[in-house]
Design a protein around this ligand. Sequence first.
Ligand code: THU
Length: 161
Amino acid sequence: MKENKSEFSYEVYDDISELNDKDARLLKKARVVTKEAYAPYSNFRVGAVAILENGETVTGTNQENASFPVGICAERVLLGTVATLHPQVPIDTMAISFTSGSQESDHPISPCGMCRQALMEYESRVQKPIRLILSGQTGKVFVIKTASMLLPLAFTNKELG
Ligand code: THU
């Protein structure tokens, strides 16, 4: 028997003022775009903004539904939009923020499991990492070098042969 070890590290900033201008601008947009979420059921509004390798900016917000499982997360709304409007263009960085009706938005949130799988698929599709910036409306900012770091031992298209 041997044990495999998988390590994960990410950058932690005290607040947005520690980021470079480009990252700070992207995070500000993610914070603002949360307003466009349709989240009448959870009151949890998520905003995602990506800067693409071609310089374009694309946004996504969560869109809920009275039939709850029909709802879709901000990150996957964004990925579908990028793939449709800018096919095969790599995503350089994606910033994700939120507001909530029941708690302070003073800490980062991290993509859900389904979104991690979708982010990884996009990385493999265009063969480029997606850098993530995670933060609430205020407070600490996490920066993750590549989305696939969030999904160790992932199921990938390689398994399908
Ligand atoms: N949500 C996202 O949009 N992204 C995530 O990574 C986590 C959760 C949405 C889904 C749902 O509309 C609401 O947040 C509460 O789960």
